[in-house]
Structure formats: structure tokens, C-alpha cells
Design a protein around this ligand. Structure first.
Ligand SMILES: [Zn+2]
Length: 311
């Protein structure tokens, strides 16, 4: 078959078919996009561009983007093959985005929240001054309005072109989330494939709740780097969501198709009040979830009794 010689996806832009990175199945692009970039054969979750993620998460028409004019500048005069300043301009032209995150406010099933969604298409979703600043601004806005924050991480890590300035964003975003934590304003991090480096090591890991999509690579250094350094074979599934859930690093795994419902449920619990009463939880997806819900229901009954007496 002629098309098999095109090894890389980028070799066939706008093609009718796309090859699954995980199982190798050929997927009909239209159907694949209708399934929000999840492989119909093996369930592999492809990286989702920020705008598609927002469309999938926020109520239609509810998202209001903020700080979209923030631009990075080349503080170091960084030059690899292409000067950083030129690379920024070219990437903006190619992606239509100013940097690697889209932030704003919106609603998820009627619950207002602050949303920050990383865009892997922009220089590998790397975190530089703009990403850090927008997350900090988003947290400040959330604090002021007492809105829960939902951050979707998808990143290759800190942006090397900005050197120490990009590393500073780790402390800055963690500081912003810490202030939210002290004020009791909830935060949820959704770790998507891939979340690595300085993003994993900062804001993506310090939110109140950590949710991951199935099969997402989440780690600091990549598995190949670690295997080469320690000269040992890594355990099966190393740095994947399922492995991290088992080790207790994340709170739960939610498939993309259920993520909006699950976020709404968690936001309702996190914000309390009428939203909890108004929200009807979805049918539980797995045995583990059923147990978790059963425990929560039991706790609820135990707590409700004394309340009933007071009333
Ligand atoms: Zn597949």
C-alpha cells in the first residue's frame, strides 16, 4: 500500500486516514475527530488541541478567553537552528495561538469555573513566561471571584528557549495555587498525554484533585532517559496513568468521553450549595468507582442522621 511509506502523521496533513500511535489501526479521520481523537480500536487517547478541549469541556458559548494578547519575548537572545523570536512568530502563524495555553472563564454543566488549557501544538506545550503568567493570573482571578480552577496539562515541560525564566514559572504557578489553597478555593488538574518535565513538577501536581486520561504519559524525565541513567529495565506501564494511580500519585482516571460529566460532578462537590443538589451523577463506570461511590454514600447516610434530628 502506497501510503505506508509515510511514516509520520505530519506527512499527510488533512488526509482521510490517520494511523493510531498505539495499536497501528488506520482510523477514518472524520470518525476519529467525532470521537474526540480517541482510537475506536484500542481506546488510545490522542493529544487534543486546546480549542477542541474547551469545546468538549465548557458549556457552548460560555467560555470567555482572557489575556490572549500576552506575548513571550526572547530575553536570552536564544538561538538554536532558528532564533527563538523567529520561532515564536512562525509557531503563531502555524497554530493561530499566541502561546501554549488558553485561559479564561466558563461553565461546566452550569457551574462557573476558571479554565486553563495547554496547547501541545505550540512548541510542545512548553511552559515559558506566558504560560506561567496566565496560570498565575487565572488563579488570582479565581481567588477574587472564588471560582474553582480547572487546569488541563499537556506539555513537554519548561521552555528551554527561556532558560531560568521558564523554570521560575514553576515556583510562580505553585505559589498562585498555594494562595488558592489557603483561601479554600478548589483546584483540579487534568493530566493528559503527555505531561512531563517542569509542568508535572509544578502546577499540574499540586492541585486539590489530580485526574488523568487513560494511558497518558505523566512524568518528569522521560522513560528512555531514566532507563539509560539507571541502566535498568523499567516496570511495565511505567509513568502511565494506570501505573501512577496504583502508586497513589493521581486520584483517578477518567476516559475523555466521561470527563465533562465527571468534572461537573467534582466541581459541584467542590463548590457545594445548590449545584450539588441540582446535579445528577452519571452511572458509575467501573467497579472501583462503584466502591468509591458506595463508601461516599455510606458516609453521607452516617452524617445525615444527626442533621435530620437537628431539623
Ligand atoms: Zn489504537
Amino acid at each position: 500500500m502506497a501510503w505506508t511509506r509515510f511514516g509520520k502523521k505530519k506527512d499527510m496533513p488533512g488526509g482521510l486516514w490517520i494511523k493510531c500511535e498505539s495499536c497501528g489501526a488506520m482510523l477514518f479521520r472524520k470518525e476519529f475527530e467525532q470521537k474526540n481523537r480517541v482510537c475506536g480500536t484500542c481506546g488510545y487517547h490522542f493529544t487534543l488541541p486546546a480549542r477542541e478541549r474547551i469545546a468538549l469541556t465548557a458549556d457552548p458559548g460560555s467560555f470567555e478567553e482572557m489575556w490572549k494578547d500576552l506575548r513571550a519575548h526572547d530575553v536570552l537572545g536564544f538561538n538554536d537552528r532558528v532564533p527563538y523570536a523567529e520561532k515564536l512568530v512562525a509557531t503563531k502563524l502555524k497554530t493561530g495561538e499566541a502561546d501554549a495555553i488558553v485561559c479564561g472563564t466558563g461553565k461546566v454543566k452550569g457551574i462557573a469555573c476558571a479554565l486553563g488549557v495547554m496547547n501541545f501544538q505550540f512548541l510542545g506545550g512548553s511552559m515559558g513566561m506566558v504560560v506561567g503568567e496566565k496560570i498565575a493570573l487565572l488563579c488570582e482571578l479565581a481567588l477574587e471571584r472564588r471560582l474553582p480552577v480547572v487546569l488541563f496539562a499537556c506539555s513537554g515541560g519548561a521552555r528551554m528557549h527561556e532558560g531560568a525564566v521558564s523554570l521560575m514559572q514553576m515556583a510562580k504557578t505553585c505559589g498562585a495555587l498555594q494562595r488558592m489553597n489557603q483561601a479554600g478555593v478548589p483546584s483540579i488538574s487534568v493530566l493528559t498525554h503527555p505531561t512531563t518535565g517542569g509542568v508535572t513538577a509544578s502546577f499540574a501536581s499540586v492541585c486539590d484533585l489530580l485526574i488523568a486520561e487513560p494511558g497518558a504519559l505523566i512524568g518528569f524525565a522521560g522513560p528512555r532517559v531514566i532507563a539509560t541513567t539507571i541502566k535498568k529495565e523499567l516496570p511495565k506501564g511505567f509513568q502511565r496513568s494506570e501505573f501512577l494511580l496504583e502508586k497513589g500519585q493521581i486520584d483517578r482516571i477518567v476516559p475523555r468521553a466521561q470527563l465533562r460529566d465527571e468534572l461537573a460532578r467534582l466541581l459541584a462537590y467542590a463548590t457545594g450549595g445548590d449545584a450539588v443538589l441540582a446535579f445528577k451523577p452519571q452511572a458509575v463506570a467501573t467497579e472501583a468507582e462503584a466502591t468509591a461511590v458506595a463508601v461516599a454514600v455510606d458516609d453521607g447516610k452516617a452524617k445525615k442522621k444527626p442533621k435530620a434530628k437537628k431539623a
